[in-house]
Design a protein. Structure first.
Length: 225
């Protein structure tokens, strides 16, 4: 059997060690930790995923680490990050809810009810339907959107990867929906991000990227109304 290259193998080992440690701290069923991690790796490697892959989870965790002291329950936020895109069917409206159900099945009978409820609520916050009031929920939604603050070329590449996940959706339907989402984000005045940390870090670039993309979509005749 051909193994992973050494660098990737080391990254995978670190990822698993991190998840196992988190599971051990929060779900007193350490024997299941590696099994749950393996299940997540399989899910995030599904062939339909181009953006919502394990690389997205790694990016979220990298953004979470320097901000972890800003949240009330860092372990709760981290667990929600691991699971928030675990179930991903392009175009489905219930991916986050199904991800919640997966987490609850994995932690059933072991996690404390309050912990399970908080993780579930944070996963649902990443639907970005409403602006959350709770600090941890505001942080996780910012983390999920932090790629908006990347340089334009990388931001545009991410957008292409997300579009590639929905090949059965027509351009008219896809880009009209995207435009509505972008306009909703721009309507979150006076800042783009919901936390001072991410607004200072990425706010200016994120708003510029979003405005530019909105203008391009409108120039191509798409209507988000």
């Amino acid at each position: 059997m051909i193994g992973l290259p050494e660098g990737l193998a080391n990254d995978s080992a670190r990822d698993e060690a991190r998840f196992v440690a988190l599971w051990g701290r929060t779900v007193p069923d350490s024997a299941a930790a590696s099994t749950v991690y393996a299940r997540l790796r399989v899910l995030y490697a599904e062939p339909q995923r181009h953006y919502h892959s394990f690389n997205h989870i790694r990016r979220c965790l990298d953004e979470f680490d320097p901000a972890s002291d800003l949240v009330e329950n860092p372990d709760t936020v981290e667990m929600a990050l691991w699971f928030h895109d675990a179930i991903y069917v392009p175009g489905a409206k219930d991916n986050e809810l199904r991800s919640v159900k997966l987490f609850r099945r994995c932690a059933a009978g072991c996690a404390k009810p309050m912990f399970a409820r908080r993780v579930s609520d944070l996963i649902m916050a990443t639907t970005h339907i409403d602006i959350p009031g709770q600090a941890d929920a505001r942080l996780i939604t910012d983390i999920d959107l932090c790629s908006f603050g990347l340089p334009w070329e990388q931001f545009a590449w991410d957008g292409q990867q997300i579009r590639a996940e929905c090949p059965q959706t027509s351009d008219q339907k896809y880009f009209a929906g995207l435009l509505r989402f972008l306009q909703r984000l721009l309507g979150r005045q006076p800042t783009f991000f919901l936390t001072d940390h991410f607004e200072r870090r990425y706010g200016q670039i994120a708003r510029a990227n979003t405005l530019r993309l909105v203008e391009e979509l409108q120039a191509h005749g798409y209507d988000g109304l």
